[in-house]
Design a protein around this ligand. Sequence first.
Ligand code: GDP
Length: 432
Amino acid sequence: QPVLAVVGRPNVGKSTLVNRLLGRREAVVQDTPGVTRDRVTYDALWNGRRFTVVDTGGWEPDAKGLQASVAAQAELAMKTADAVLLVVDARVGATSTEEAVAKVLRRSKAPVLVAANKVDDRRTANEVHTLWSLGLGEPMPVSGLHGTGSGDLLDAVLEAFPATPRELLASGGGPRRVALVGKPNVGKSSMLNQLTGDQRAVVDEVAGTTVDPVDSLVELDDEVWRFVDTAGLRKRTKTASGTEYYASLRTKGAIDAAEVAVVLVDAAQPLSDQDLRIINQVVEAGRALVVAYNKWDLVDDDRRRMLEKEIDRDLIQVRWAERVNVSASTGRSVAKLAPRLRTALESWDRRVPTGQLNSFLSDLVAAYPPPARGGRQPKVMFATQARTRPPTFVLFTTGFLEAGYRRFLERKLRETFDFTGTPVRLSVRVRE
Ligand code: GDP
């Protein structure tokens, strides 16, 4: 079962809060000043999920002083636990000890939560937001004494733990959903046939999944993928009237239903507005993107050079997209789709731990401060990844950030945390 390590300096109310989390009334452990106790572990149960709470205890300053000893505990916690809870006394705010601990915890790969404890009155509640400055995400107000906020905190703890196998299954643990889209005659039907037919990779039945008859299950590179809404592509005869209209409806429906879209473009022809519109649709819908240059068998050296120029010119907005050159008629490189899909989906799913995000950001804005506007220099205070699928970041600043600077931040985020193949969203919240 997953492990939650609770860290914090003495007197922040850690034991009281731990008892709250365990649903116990009286203190389990009496803190005796000057006595170092070992780490104490307890079994906890919340919403039907069992987990272990490790109260790291032993915070009494050792020879190296309080700060060093707390930092060492934090180091141990983040290496051994599935999630770390930093308890801070909201009435006192972040002291130099918390800052030292936060600095350690910002490197944590395990998720870190911040509990702002002793929020017993409104005045303290109003001060909680200052703990954002620790760069560890949203501080959660709690009162160990009264028990307020502990339910929300426990919910957040469970959410922070790695998903259980059952949860993975429920959250679409089945095949990943792929949309195969592109303008008419680009080779979508041929590609689907190549994927399902010639490779004899049709999967009729996958244990535990029901296949919507409009979808196709395709085995590619030892993995089963669900190509969504392919019914229209499978039909031999395509309706002549209203094709455009239905084609565009299908495109939208497939993109919405998918997690990643393969946009087929005709490598033998110049990129058209319609190609770019479809690519744009994928980005707007926030889906991962693979651009497949089809009919590669028709591409000669001249065309190839042209194509490279077109890509630099027209696809600059999506230079992060995964690309692959294929031929639906010969089957060339069709198998290369799978690794591209995987990379794109991994990026789409990626969550950057708040601590890592904030160390990256503070280094970056120190080296490249945002340009001043109206004589005022906006400060970037901290950031958090609010969502995945696609990765969505919220930046808290003291002033407006120019579009150019936002793009710069987005590009650096992409480079640093490798968001190949997925759109990334960045929103800025100005806080005076
Ligand atoms: P859809 O409208 O996107 O489904 O396109 P189709 O699959 O019906 O293909 C349109 C035309 O392009 C057909 O004549 C295909 O044979 C041809 N085609 C599809 N893929 C390729 C390819 O990789 N190379 C070549 N040379 N022709 C292709």
